[in-house]
Write a protein that binds this ligand. Structure first.
Ligand SMILES: CC/C=C\C=C\CC(=O)SCCNC(=O)CCNC(=O)[C@H](O)C(C)(C)COP(=O)(O)OP(=O)(O)OC[C@H]1O[C@@H](n2cnc3c(N)ncnc32)[C@H](O)[C@@H]1OP(=O)(O)O
Length: 395
C-alpha cells in the first residue's frame, strides 16, 4: 500500500461478544486491489452508540502496518460504509493508540513473493501467485523436458530462499511446464561441467572442486526442505533422475495417472547423489522396494507410487491435479503461519532424530510459539464456531 494512496473503506464488520472484547475485520479498496485489514489489538469497550471508523487511517512507514482508529463503541456493529480516506504516514503511532483499536494490514491480492520475485528474475523458472499467499513455481524448460541445467540449480535455490523470506508467501506449488515434470539433470550441461572439472590437473584440487559442485546441487534441492513454507509437488509425465531427487524434498506429492518415476542414475553410471537415496527410503518405508528401484532404474507408475506412499493422490490429468493442488495450497495458506511453519520444522526434525530428542525440540520450539496471538485467535474462532477461519498476520 502506498503512503498517500486513497482508499475507500468499504466494509467494516465487528462484533462485541459478552466478554466485551472486539473482534472484527475491515476491508478497504485501493488501486483496484482488495486489501484486508484485521484487528490486531482489542480493548475492553463500553456499550454505546454504533462504532464508526475514523476517516484517516494511518500507515506506519516502517513495517507497512496500518493504524485504524475507531471513534465510537457499541455492542453489535453492522456493516458500515465509510467513504474515501487518505492514508498518511504515522511517525508516532503510539500517540494514537490509546483512543481506539489498532488494525494491521493482512494481505493484498498479489503477495510480496510474486511482486518481488517475478518470473523475469529467472530463465528456467516461471513464477505466479494464483491466490494471495500461494506461490506457484514452474520448472520452465518445456522444450528440453525441463532438464535441469546449471542455471536451473542456481535459480531454484535462490527462488526458494527468497520465498522462505517472503512473509506473504505461505504455501508453494512446484510443477513442470509442458509434457512432463522433469527429465532430470541436463545431460549436456552435466557433461560440460564434468569436462571442465576433469581438466584440473591435481587430483586433490579436482576432487575438492567436484565435492563443492555436488554440495552446491544438494543445497539447491535442500532449499525446498529448509523453506519453512509447505511445498506441494504436482507431477505429470516423466519424473526422472534429478526429478525424483527434487520431489523427495517436497512436503506433499500429487501426480497424474500418466506419471512415471525413474531413479535413472545407475544408467548414467553414477549413484544418485542429491537426495533420493537419503530421503526416499523414509518416504516410502520399504527398504526392499527402494533398493529394487535404485538398482534397476525401472519405471514406477502412478498406482505403484501411491501404493508405496511416494504420492498421496492421483488425478486423471494435469488440469484436475492443478485444481486440487491449488485448493490444497490455498487451504494451508488460511491456517496460522506460526502453526504451519512450526509443524513443518518439527516434522523435518523428527524425521531426522529420535523420539525423545524430537519431543525436546518440540517443547523448546513451542515455549516461544505458544505465545503467539494466533493461538488466541484460533481458540476464539473455535469457541464461536466461526464458519470462516481467523485472519492471521503474515510471518
Ligand atoms: C551432481 C549431479 C546431480 C544430479 C544428477 C542427476 C542424475 C539424473 O538426472 S539421471 C537422468 C538423466 N535424464 C535422462 O536420462 C532422461 C533423458 N530424456 C529422456 O529420456 C526423454 O527425453 C524423455 C524425458 C522420456 C522425454 O521424451 P520425449 O518427450 O520423446 O522428448 P525428447 O524428444 O526425448 O526430448 C526433447 C528435447 O529435450 C532434450 N532432453 C530431454 N531430456 C534431456 C536431458 N536430461 N538432458 C538434456 N536434454 C534433454 C532432448 O535432447 C530433446 O532436445 P532437442 O534439442 O529437441 O533434440
Amino acid at each position: 500500500m502506498l503512503v498517500g494512496a486513497r482508499v475507500r473503506l468499504c466494509e467494516l464488520k465487528a462484533t462485541v461478544p459478552e466478554s466485551g472484547r472486539v473482534s472484527g475485520e475491515i476491508r478497504a479498496v485501493a488501486a483496484r486491489q482488495t486489501q484486508r485489514w484485521q484487528l490486531l489489538q482489542s480493548r475492553r469497550v463500553r456499550p454505546g452508540p454504533e462504532l464508526s471508523a475514523s476517516d484517516e487511517p494511518s500507515l506506519r512507514p516502517r513495517d507497512g502496518t496500518c493504524c485504524m482508529f475507531l471513534s465510537g463503541v457499541g455492542q453489535k456493529l453492522p456493516k458500515v460504509s465509510c467513504g474515501w480516506s487518505v492514508l498518511r504516514p504515522c511517525y508516532n503511532s503510539a500517540d494514537f493508540i490509546p483512543r481506539g483499536f489498532r488494525f494491521i494490514k493482512i494481505s493484498s491480492q498479489l503477495p510480496t513473493s510474486a511482486r518481488m520475485l517475478s518470473s523475469s528474475s529467472f530463465q528456467t523458472l516461471k513464477l505466479s501467485s494464483p491466490t494471495s499467499h500461494v506461490c506457484h513455481v514452474e520448472i520452465n524448460r518445456p522444450e528440453k523436458r525441463n532438464a535441469m541445467n546449471h542455471e536451473f540449480w542456481m535459480e531454484l535455490k535462490s527462488c526458494f530462499e527468497s520465498l522462505a523470506q517472503s512473509p506473504e508467501c505461505r504455501s508453494i506449488i512446484l510443477s513442470g511446464a509442458g509434457k512432463c515434470f522433469s527429465s532430470g539433470i541436463d545431460l549436456k550441461s552435466f557433461a560440460e561441467k564434468g569436462a571442465s572439472m576433469m581438466a584440473v590437473e591435481d587430483v586433490g584440487r579436482r576432487a575438492k572442486m567436484m565435492r563443492d559442485f555436488i554440495i552446491s546441487y544438494q543445497e539447491s534441492f535442500s532449499s525446498l526442505e529448509k523453506c519453512p513454507k509447505p511445498v506441494i509437488a504436482a507431477i505429470h509425465g516423466a519424473c526422472i533422475g534429478g526429478g525424483v531427487d527434487l520431489i523427495c524434498t517436497a512436503d506433499i506429492r500429487y501426480c497424474t495417472q500418466d506419471a512415471q518415476f525413474q531413479i535413472k542414475e545407475v544408467d548414467i553410471g553414477v549413484a544418485a547423489d542429491v537426495g533420493t537415496l537419503q530421503r526416499m527410503p523414509k518416504i516410502i518405508g520399504s527398504e526392499s522396494l527402494m533398493r529394487e528401484l535404485a538398482y534397476t532404474a525401472r519405471f514406477m507408475g502412478a498406482d505403484e507410487a501411491r501404493q508405496c506412499g511416494l504420492v498421496s493422490r492421483i488425478f486423471p490429468d494435469k488440469d484436475s491435479m492443478m485444481k486440487a493442488v491449488l485448493a490444497l495450497a490455498e487451504l494451508i495458506s488460511t491456517k496460522s503461519p506460526v502453526a504451519i511453519q512450526g509443524t513443518k520444522a518439527n516434522l523435518n526434525y523428527s524425521r531426522d532424530h529420535g523420539v525423545s530428542e524430537a519431543l525436546d525440540y518440540m517443547a523448546t520450539w513451542n515455549m516461544a510459539m505458544l505465545q503467539t496471538e494466533d493461538l488466541m485467535k484460533s481458540a476464539i474462532a473455535q469457541m464461536e464456531k466461526s464458519k470462516t477461519p481467523p485472519i492471521y498476520s503474515n510471518l
